[in-house]
Design a protein around this ligand. Sequence first.
Ligand SMILES: Nc1ncnc2c1ncn2[C@@H]1O[C@H](COP(=O)(O)OP(=O)(O)OP(=O)(O)O)[C@@H](O)[C@H]1O
Ligand SMILES: [Mg+2]
Length: 261
Amino acid sequence: MSTPSPTIRYAHVDKSFDGGRVQALRDVSLDIAEREFRCIVGGSGSGKTTLLRLANRLIDADNGVVSVAGEDVCSVDPIRLRRSVGYVFQSAALFPHMTVAGNIGITPSLLGVAPKETAERADELLTLVRLDATRYRDRYPHELSGGEKQRTAVARALAAKPRIVLMDEPFGALDPLTRDALADDYHALHDELKLTTVMITHDMTEAIVLADRIAVMQAGTMVEEGTPSALAVSRNDYVGELLRTPRRQTQRLNAVLKDAS
Ligand SMILES: Nc1ncnc2c1ncn2[C@@H]1O[C@H](COP(=O)(O)OP(=O)(O)OP(=O)(O)O)[C@@H](O)[C@H]1O
Ligand SMILES: [Mg+2]
């Protein structure tokens, strides 16, 4: 039996900005399998967002190939590509002048889905992300909490029934309880809808708990990738240090809390 080809493949990808002055990605190769939950971690400016933007062709690679579902993204109609790839931006980035239902329905409307059907789909998606449709569908983004905005952004990313969802630090700006609840809810959706998810996060605990596999970026290169437990015993100092952060923090917390009791 042949191994299924990966859903997303980066092969020797280079990307620079400002006429080559900023080398954002250097010879990056990475395979993401169908139905995988992949987290991308690494310092600020290491190239994580750049990597994600290449997959739905918000930008093009200088060298190398990015393919989605076996097709080079440069040879696919960008509209069709973006329909099969949902994107949740670093900040929810909802359209401020549109209601929650309007935001969620934007892609279906642009694709020519009838208004009634689009409205029904928005309600269905609101329920899916655990927002009460009757209470939330007519609100505007400024009438939502941060967590509600992120839930709406997830619903919008799922509106065209994509197989792949790219998420750029989706829960970064939320309080820890809301963040945990949203991450758990999203993971359940990932399983239920049989999605392939690529999520950028700065939170190592979140990455270790959620991901099937983690990719570690450093200064535009892919330092290492693998399962959380394999990376936790990495010989690479940076990777090892990063993956062991949650355990180290827990130990420090335990020491402090023991003193307090
Ligand atoms: N449109 C652009 N024009 C010029 N430079 C850019 C552009 N986009 C990204 N860069 C540069 O490319 C490098 C990688 O940026 P990228 O946004 O991918 O980092 P990141 O890992 O997502 O960082 P963060 O964790 O802070 O979001 C940075 O040096 C950044 O300044
Ligand atoms: Mg980024």
